[in-house]
Design a protein around this ligand. Sequence first.
Ligand code: ADP
Length: 460
Amino acid sequence: MTEEEVDLLCIGAGGAAYPAAFRLARAGRKVLMIDPKGVMSGNCLYEGCVPSKAVREMAALAGEAQRFAAPIGMAGSLSPSYTAIVQHKDHVQKRRYAQHAQELAGQAGIELRKGMARILDPHTVQIDDDLGSKKVHCRHILIGSGSDVFIPAIPGAEHCLTSHDLYKPDPALRDLPSRMIVVGGGYIGLETASFFAQLGSQVTLLQKGGQILNGMDPVMVALLQPLLPKALRILTDVDVQRIERQGDLRKVVWQQAGQQESAEAEAVLLAVGRHPVIPEGCDDLGIAFDHHGIQVGPSLQTRYPHIYAAGDVNGRVPLFHAAVRQSLVVAHNILGGNQPLDYADFHTVPTTIFTLPAAAYIGITPANAQGRDLLVGHYDFAEDSRAQILERMDGEIRLFFDPSSLRLLGGWIVGIDAGNLIGQIGTALQLGATAYDLARFADQHPMSAEGIGKAARSLL
Ligand code: ADP
């Protein structure tokens, strides 16, 4: 029996996989994507970026409606419905799945099959699905199997919700819990804690170390923390010992400064990280990986030049937009005959913490400057017209430049429009802009982006 043959087999159909799949299909190559979900977009649309932002934006709008009800003459009781917000989130997911199905149907040369893939040898992948197993001969393999929620060995962890439970299509939690405990102060835990606090839950966040958003610039984090919703209580240096089920309630027991403490809540979210999903077969083939992911350099090749690992599974920059860029790097390198002609930049990737309000950063900031001197340009949102119109005057834009060339090296925004502004700073960084370039650009008034030019002009 002749085996099926493809130019590229993608393990997974998320952001790491489908941009490469489309690029190669457009170049006339035959591509097969395998994913147990049977739909495109991976965890980003299923339980990650998109559904969490659907909840975030609705929580933000509800907060703005409450804040401005009286000033704009709409006084009355405006209380948000979490049930309605979840319906909106489900609707957004459905709409995007339909869009992706259309994109797939409109592109010749790509097939997406529901199933699990495992690598048998450097050119053979086995696909397991409901109907059985099938072998496929692959000229190239793209491992884009992503990451999954990490469940720590805390007794009672099974009584907790994860981000998967909250954000997947048609989730079980559809009513706002009056109290919520969030275990973990990384960006997923902190974002979710801020949404629920904004919507009216009393939220307690328990963080193991001394700083929330561990690994991010502590000065930026210290600017963000006091701006978070008042109903969010953050405890640091906490060691969670166990979670107990008490009927409909959950009790979390922890140690802090040698004292045992506990609290009850209607819901507990466990958000202590994600781990890479390494497909079966990698180990046998000697493809190197550790707990961060499959080890690759900027060409994204494994020890086999025709086997690539992109996105969350390599752990370099586990963000959807980084996966998309990496996926295109893989496509270009396949088209170049596996002689690398494109490289992923793991350093110049914007990161936004989509809390309410948000913080965002890119490139070099003092915490990762490794002793390098930085010239700092600064703009305070207290001076900003848009921030004043929206009464969101807390926060700032800070830009970091090389002192001799005035070349932009990095920056952050804490507060209004952070998630949008970081893209503009990122573009300037990518293009090698200097403080002079930024200062010369007449950005729009009264928009928060004019603060980028003003931060640069603060140095000139
Ligand atoms: P990325 O953003 O890096 O693409 P995601 O986690 O969004 O990562 O997507 C990865 C996808 O890969 C998920 O939909 C996941 O179910 C799928 N996947 C994981 N392991 C396998 C496997 N062995 N075979 C096929 N698909 C897999």
